[in-house]
Design a protein around this ligand. Structure first.
Ligand SMILES: CC(C)(COP(=O)(O)OP(=O)(O)OC[C@H]1O[C@@H](n2cnc3c(N)ncnc32)[C@H](O)[C@@H]1OP(=O)(O)O)[C@@H](O)C(=O)NCCC(=O)NCCS
Length: 279
């Protein structure tokens, strides 16, 4: 396997996790200062590919070539649905993806808010609902079940199992005290999983709502709003002055919730997709 020499930021979290703990069928390709990688998706559904740095640096031609090598690798290893994510995608990303045979599939909005929230943003928990933090081990299965119900059909956040959660718990940033659960009669019915991002160059420290969900049976009772606000208050109590999240551009209900709290869109990421037939 070729090891990367380049900055790996643009590969995205999933491919960086794979680089740290490579799956048997993953592969990396380096050309000049650029690096691309193809890895099986963590929930077993298809493949993810990515390249770093951005096309503005490496040019559309080289990005296309690297993508084609990734797709050839997928074809040689059984084929399947392939997803490429580009952060803050620009027209050249569209060109490189299209030239390699990938079409625009969906978009993800990055939203941010200054902390603390304005005082009008106070939310009460529905009666009989209490908050506590995640207990690694004993909460795994119940949380996975709620997550999979809330995110049924979701490409990345749906269909998790113990292995998917264990890989995320291995991440250096994982902190169970930042993983908030809502329970009712002892049952987990919602969660707000938070992630701290250290300051990076011009970007100040930020706290991300990494994954938030409410059991479909418990939605529409104000729990999502209460969980979001409680999570942001927890970040603020740790001195974090910026809230951050990513939301699918077609998730109108969640976007409405975030806007009403004060979040605004700061970047649009784009996913490209292709179905690769086996060689
Ligand atoms: C998004 C989610 C967490 C919201 O939780 P919830 O408990 O249903 O939301 P609430 O009852 O607190 O509603 C809060 C606000 O969300 C917005 N909202 C929620 N569902 C909505 C819908 N279907 N259409 C429009 N707005 C909606 C409204 O602004 C609502 O405020 P209002 O009731 O004052 O109008 C929940 O729907 C969920 O788990 N969805 C699936 C997983 C998901 O998409 N997570 C977010 C990924 S970024």
């Amino acid at each position: 396997m070729t090891r990367p020499a380049a900055d790996l930021g643009a590969l995205g979290d999933a491919l960086r996790r794979d680089l740290a703990h490579p799956a048997a069928r993953s592969s990396g390709f380096a050309a000049r200062e650029a690096y691309a990688r193809a890895a099986p998706a963590e929930n077993g559904k298809g493949w993810i590919v990515g390249y770093s740095p951005g096309v503005a640096t490496i040019g559309v031609g080289l990005a296309t070539e690297l993508l084609m090598r990734c797709l050839a690798h997928v074809a040689d290893h059984g084929g399947g649905d392939v997803t490429l994510w580009r952060e803050g995608a620009v027209a050249d990303d569209d060109r490189a993806a299209r030239a390699a045979g990938l079409d625009v599939d969906r978009e993800l909005l990055q939203m941010r808010v200054a902390l603390p929230l304005v005082p009008t943003n106070d939310a009460e928990l529905p009666p009989a609902v209490t908050l506590r933090t995640f207990v690694a081990g004993s909460d795994d299965d119940a949380w996975i079940a709620v997550n999979n119900r809330a995110f049924a059909g979701h490409a990345e956040q749906g269909d998790w199992d113990r292995t998917t959660l264990a890989a995320r718990r291995r991440e250096a940033w994982f902190d169970p005290s930042m993983f908030v659960l809502a329970t009712e009669a002892g049952r987990i019915i919602g969660f707000n999983w938070l992630r701290r991002h250290p300051a990076n160059g011009p970007d100040p420290e930020a706290g991300e709502i990494y994954a938030i969900g409410v059991d479909p049976d418990a939605q529409g009772r104000g729990l999502g709003r209460a969980l979001a606000i409680a999570g942001l208050a927890r970040l603020e109590a740790r001195g974090i002055r910026r809230g951050l999240l990513y939301v699918a551009a077609d998730n109108a209900g969640a976007i409405e919730l975030y806007r009403s709290i004060g979040f605004a869109v700061t970047r649009t990421d784009r996913a490209y997709a292709a179905r690769v037939v086996p060689e």
